[in-house]
Design a protein around this ligand. Sequence first.
Ligand SMILES: [Zn+2]
Ligand SMILES: [Zn+2]
Length: 627
Amino acid sequence: MPAMNDRKTLDERQQMTDLERLRHSCAHVMATAILRIWPDAQFAYGPPIDNGFYYDFDMKHRITPDDFEQIEAEMRKIAKDNQKFERKVISRAEAQAMAESGRLGGLSERPGNPSRFKLDLIDKIPEGEEISCFQNGEFIDLCAGLHVGYTSKCKHVKLMSVSSSFYLGDEKKGQLQRLYGTAFESMEALEKHLARLEEAKKRDHRRLGRELGLFHIDEMVGQGLILWKPKGALVRRALEAFITEELDKQGYFQVFTPHIGKLELYRTSGHFPYYQESQFPAIAERDVLEKLADENASCATLINGLSDGTYEGYLLKPMNCPHHIKIFASDPHSYRDLPVRLAEFGTVYRWEQSGELGGMTRVRGFTQDDAHIFCTAEQVAAEVTACLDLVKKILSTLGMNDYRVRLSLRDPASDKYVGSAESWDKAEAALREAVKTLGVEYTEEIGEAAFYGPKIDFVVKDVIGRDWQLGTVQVDYNLPVRFGLSYVGADNQPHIPVMIHRAPFGSMERFTGLLIEHFEGKFPTWLAPEQVRVLPISEKTLEQAEAAAAKLADSGVRVTVDRSSDKIGAKVRLARLDRVPYMLVIGAREAEEGTVSIRHRDKNDLGAKPLDEFIANITGEIKTRSL
Ligand SMILES: [Zn+2]
Ligand SMILES: [Zn+2]
C-alpha cells in the first residue's frame, strides 16, 4: 500500500479492480454497522488492500474480536436492506459544513462531535478537485469512490482482525483503531480464501520451525538473527550441498570472505555512507574512539567523521560483492580466463526495522547463495542463461514448478544509467532471450532496472498459491568501474569486465522458510533432517534396532533409534509428528529374519523387507533427490 501521505490523484483513486471496488464498498457497510452500535465513532480512512479492506476510526469503545459477530450481523442486515450507493458532488463549503456538524462519516448530524478527520481530509483535497460524498442508507461519507451499486453485493464478507494505527501513519496525530475485513464476490471464493489462510497457519514456518526444532530466535542474541538448530542445520547443509554440486558442474569456484570489511571498501563500492539506514552502524577503530573520548568529542563528531572518511572503521558487510571484487582484482586477467565465477554462501547484515521482523523471512543477518561473474560483454547472454538453468534445476528438484520472472529494463528516456546505450541494449536483449529459455511466464518492467544494469527477479508460487519473492540475476556496469577492474583483451588492450550478481534464492533463511511452508515440514527424504527412525517393539529387540541403525548410518543415512519404553503405536505417532519419512519397526520376527517392517510417513505400511534392500532403496532415493 502506498504511504498515505503520498496523496493519490483522483484518477489513481478511481483505478480500482472490481474486487477492490467491492471491498471498499464493504468498508462503508462496516462503518455503517459500527455507527449503529457505537454512534460516537469518527472515521478517518478506509481503502481496499491486498486481501481485503480496513477502516481507521476513533471511538471510546475498544473493539476486540468478541465484537466481530455483532458487527458482522449488522453488516448482513445492511446488505439485506439492499441500500443504494449514491454519489453526490458537493462544494467545499458544503463538505466543510457537513463535517462540522458531524454528518460526514456518520448516520446523522452529531452536534458537538464534528467529523474531525474528514475536516482534515477536505483540507487536503487540492483546490479545483471535485469533492464527492457517497450515501448508503443513513450513512454519508466523504469519498471519491468507487463503489458497487447496492449493499446487497457486500454480503460475502468477514472481519479478520483489529489493530491500532495512526492517523495518516503519523504517530504524533494520535492512535486510531483499525478494523480489517475481507470480502469476495461469492461465498465460495470467500470460503476458499479462509481455507487458504487456515492452511497457511498450519504451514507457518515460525510454528513448524519451533515444533520440529529447526531454528530459534533468542531475544538475548537479537531480533532477526536466526539460530539454526541441529535439525535446521542439516536441512541447510543438504541444500547447500545440492547447490554446490550444481555450481561445481557449472564452473564456479567457491570462496570464503570475512563478515566485515573496512569502510574504505564500502565507500568505494558506494554502499557507505549512502545506505546507512539499512546497515548496522559502523564499527569505529579503537584508537579513534580513544582519541575522541580524550577530547570529550560528541557522537556527532564520530558519526560525521566515519561518514566523510576522516576516521576509519569497519562495517558488518551488507553485501558480498566488494569482497569478491577484491579477490578478482588480486590477479591479472586475460580474456582467456574469463568468465571468472566466484560463489559463496556469504552472510550479510542489514538493519530491518524491528516491526518488520518475523521468522526466517525478515531477518537482520542472512546467508545469500551469492555469486559474482566477471565476464566480457559478449559472454553476458550465455552466463545469464546458465544462471537460469541452475534456478530451473533447483526449483524443479524441489517440485516448485509454478514460478514467474520479472525482467527489469531501463527507461530509454532517462539519463540516470551508467554504461553505454549499446551495452544496455545488448544486455537487455540477452536477458530477454535467457528468460525465454525458461519457458515460464514473464513480464517486462520498463524503468525498473537499477541505474547500474538490468535484472531478472523470480517469484515462486508455493503449494497453496502464495507468491514468494526470491532473488535476482543482475547485470552491473558500475562496480567494475568504481573498483577499476580490468582484463587484457585479444587486442592486448585493457578492457573493463561486466559483472553479474546472482543470488537466485536470495537467502538460505528465506528459502528454508519457504521450503518449510511448501512441504509443511515434510521434507523429501534427501532434505529431511532425520531420514529414518528405527522403532524396536520392545527392549528385546533394541540391540537389533541399534545394529540396523548403525548399518544405515554407515551408508550415509540420517537415522535415530527410539529407545523409549513407549508402546509401538505411540512411537509411530511421535515419528509421524516429527515428519520422519521412514519408520522401521523391528519386532521378534523381524529380528529373527533380519528384516525391517517399513512404514512411510504418508504411504503407511510398506511391508517387511530385508534391511539391505531397504538401504539400497533409500540411498537411491537420496542420491537422486526424489520428491
Ligand atoms: Zn468510498
Ligand atoms: Zn553482488
